[in-house]
Design a protein around this ligand. Structure first.
Ligand code: R5P
Length: 284
């Protein structure tokens, strides 16, 4: 069994190889002067069960993923599982206006043509899985690992920034062994929205805001500011996918005591591995 790690997912592919007791394939990835990508797998993969691990964000990593799939398909592998830890474009999961593509579907349709199985993690729109008609697709949940990590840092309340993600916050809280709540938005006037924990008093408490994606950071920064106003002693943020567009990380560091993310996107806040959950799903 081999794990082929793309350049966006080096750390996770090493951890996954360890969890699966698989070998990490030697892979050369380089860019030509015009930025086109070159890959070469320096292994004999004939007869092997192979996992490619590559996050499909930003765009250049999508092309690398397709090249890795093509290279693996040239061997006579026993099976190919494509693991896309962060499935980019999942937020465009429907046509919001006529003439738009369903970007998540476009990506799913292309990835599935070159794989037997497909695994992703905390995909933003669960419908993405249904678009894999030619490959067996699964969505792994990161909450057990995020919960175990937050238990270790001693938080007292898990908060979802909105009602939509409350289920996930509850699951994380169950692992930590603490309470969960969500922030309820109330519009005061055209310019003012206040957010209040729906049921719990956070005064003097150490609170973790948990979300699937942090992109611009606006959601978490606003939530952290409101929690401080409500007297929270410590505010940390944890997410599965740390996209951190533009100067998001800088702003988040100003608003929160700590920022934690998983290895679906490798960045300076990555401290939680989803490899055990992917390995568990792969063996199912
Ligand atoms: C929304 O549905 C998601 O769960 C996140 O809350 C959102 O993507 C965060 O985006 P941003 O960091 O840009 O506020």
């Amino acid at each position: 069994m081999f794990v082929v790690g793309g350049s966006a997912s080096q750390r996770l592919s090493k951890d996954l190889a360890r969890c699966l007791k698989a070998r990490q394939a030697k892979v050369e990835v380089k860019r030509f002067p015009d930025e086109e990508c070159y890959v070469r797998i320096d292994e004999d993969l004939d007869g092997e069960d192979v996992f490619i691990v590559q996050t499909s964000w930003p765009d250049k990593n999508i092309v690398e993923l397709f090249l890795l799939q093509d290279a693996v398909r040239d061997f006579e592998v026993a099976s190919l599982t494509t693991v896309v830890p962060y499935f980019g474009y999942a937020r465009q999961d429907k046509q919001f206006k006529p003439g738009e593509p369903i970007s998540a579907r476009a990506l799913a349709r292309l990835i599935q043509t070159q794989t037997d199985d497909f695994i992703t993690v905390d995909v933003h729109a669960p419908t993405v899985i249904d678009w894999f008609e030619k490959a067996a697709a699964k969505n792994v949940m990161a909450y057990p690992e995020i919960g175990r990590f937050l238990k270790g840092v001693g938080v007292q309340v898990i908060l979802s920034p909105d009602e939509g993600r409350w289920d996930n916050a509850k699951r994380v809280a169950d692992v930590v062994g603490c309470d969960a709540d969500y922030l309820e938005k109330e519009r005061i006037d055209g310019n003012t929205v206040i957010m209040t924990p729906k049921n719990l008093d956070v005064k003097g408490k150490s609170v973790a805001i948990v979300d699937d994606i942090i992109s611009t950071g606006n959601t978490i920064v606003k939530a952290a500011e409101q929690l401080r106003k409500h007297g929270a002693r410590k505010v940390v943020a944890a997410c599965t996918h740390g996209v951190f567009a533009g100067n998001a990380l800088e702003r988040l560091r100003g608003a929160c005591d700590e920022i934690y993310s998983t290895d679906t996107i490798e960045n300076p806040t990555t401290c939680i591995s989803v490899a055990p959950q992917i390995a568990r799903m792969a063996k199912d």
